[in-house]
Write a protein of this length. Structure first.
Length: 176
C-alpha cells in the first residue's frame, strides 16, 4: 500500500512523545482521517522501541480534541482514547499534542478515565492556560457522551467496516 504515514505525538512543550511507524490511510475527509496500523513499530520520546501487539483502527479529528484507537484483540475491540489537540497532517505524517488524560473502554462497555494526576501535574508544569484546561474537560464530556451512545467508532460495526476496507486494499495491492 502506498499511503503509509507516521503518527507523531508531542507534549505541550513541543517535545516528541511517541512515533508509530506506520499507519495506512483508509479514509480522509475535511474533518477526520481514519488509519489502520498492524503491529506497528513504536519509538518513544526517550528512544525506547517496541511493537504494538495487534491491528488498530485509528480515528483522528479536526473538530474534536481527542483521538480514538480501536485495538482488535481476540475478536473484541478495546478502545484507547487520547485527549489531544486536533490533528495536523503534513509531509511527515499525522501530528498532535497529547494532553495525558485518556479513556480506556473495554469490550464489556466498562470505561476507565486514566492519568488525571499526570494531566493535573502537567497542567502546572507546562503552564496550560485555563482556556486549554476548559477545552480538555469539555472534550472529555463529549467523548464520554459518544461512548455512552455508541456512536462513530464506538459502534463496533463501524470499526470492523473500516478494518475490512484496509484488508481489502492490502489484498488488492498484494495482487498487483
Amino acid at each position: 500500500m502506498d499511503n503509509k504515514i507516521e503518527i507523531i505525538s508531542y507534549k505541550h512543550n513541543g517535545e516528541l512523545h511517541r512515533v508509530w511507524q506506520y499507519a495506512y490511510i483508509v479514509e480522509e475527509t475535511d474533518n477526520k482521517i481514519i488509519l489502520v496500523n498492524d503491529r506497528a513499530n513504536v519509538i518513544d520520546g526517550d528512544g525506547r522501541r517496541w511493537k504494538t501487539k495487534e491491528p488498530a483502527v485509528c480515528y483522528f479529528y479536526k473538530d474534536y480534541w481527542f483521538n480514538i484507537i480501536c485495538m482488535l484483540r481476540n475478536n473484541s475491540i478495546y478502545y484507547y482514547c487520547n485527549l489531544s489537540s486536533p490533528y495536523v497532517f503534513d509531509s511527515e505524517g499525522i501530528k498532535y499534542i497529547d494532553y495525558e488524560l485518556d479513556v480506556k473502554v473495554f469490550p464489556s462497555g466498562d470505561r476507565l478515565i486514566l492519568d488525571r494526576d499526570e494531566f493535573e501535574f502537567n497542567a502546572l508544569d507546562y503552564h496550560y492556560s485555563q482556556d486549554l484546561i476548559n477545552i480538555i474537560e469539555r472534550q472529555l464530556k463529549v467523548l464520554l457522551n459518544l461512548i455512552d451512545r455508541g456512536e462513530g467508532p464506538f459502534n463496533p460495526q463501524n470499526v470492523m467496516n473500516d478494518f475490512e476496507r484496509y484488508t481489502v486494499a492490502k489484498k488488492q495491492n498484494k495482487n498487483k
